[in-house]
Design a protein around this ligand. Structure first.
Ligand code: MG
Length: 203
């Protein structure tokens, strides 16, 4: 399986990092070794002093497809979950400044904690979905999918032009504002609406 992630999909987050609003979705990949499941702890890596949390809604692909038209994109995912796109911001800034690829800053071991997945039918309106991240019991990030530049269907249509989507692939759909550094000892709890989706520690 593969993990596809979308960057710069919420305007307020683009502004906080002083990036430009993209003309097309910003896409990157993470390998399966990035996944952390079942509230396993995240071990802070030696190579960074500035790991940031980015809480994101995650789609789970339910059938194979490529070059999927936007109007059919909803047929390609049945479940959603919540994840963190951990980012080594110090490494990413150095790489961005040189115009180099970001992989080591975004795709390292454990950089993609994910929750269990819930049927999308459980939610009234996927285009108006609240999600949030608490760190040590304090609200750090709060998003609503209505604020995405590219919605779920647009993302699937776009990325499937380049990558055949397979059952079980995951798509991280971008983070709202409020990204910030984590510290060893932090406890991260993520919610979709009022449902606790993940709860794990940084070690
Ligand atoms: Mg992200």
């Amino acid at each position: 399986m593969k993990i596809i992630a979308i960057g710069r999909n919420y305007v307020a987050h683009i502004q906080e990092l002083q990036n430009e609003i993209p003309q097309e979705p910003v896409v990157f990949l993470k390998p399966d070794t990035a996944i952390l499941k079942n509230n396993m702890p995240f071990y802070y890596p030696d190579f960074s002093q500035d790991i940031h949390h980015e809480v994101e809604i995650v789609l789970k692909i339910s059938r194979e497809g490529k070059s999927i038209a936007k109007e059919f994109a909803h047929k390609y995912y049945d479940e959603i979950g919540l994840g963190i796109d951990f980012t080594a911001r110090d490494l990413q800034s150095q790489l961005k400044a040189k115009g180099l690829p970001w992989e080591i800053a975004k795709a390292f071991n454990g950089s993609a904690p994910i929750s269990d997945f819930l049927p999308k039918t459980q939610f009234k309106d996927l285009r108006n979905l609240n999600f949030s991240l608490q760190v040590n019991g304090q609200l750090r990030q709060q998003g609503n999918t209505s604020l995405m530049i590219y919605d779920f269907d647009a993302i699937i249509a776009y990325v499937s032009q380049y990558f055949t989507l397979k059952k079980g692939d995951l798509i991280f759909t971008g983070t709202p504002q409020g990204v910030a550094p984590i510290q060893i000892g932090d406890r991260l709890q993520g919610y979709i609406e009022k449902t606790l989706m993940f709860d794990f520690e940084v070690k």
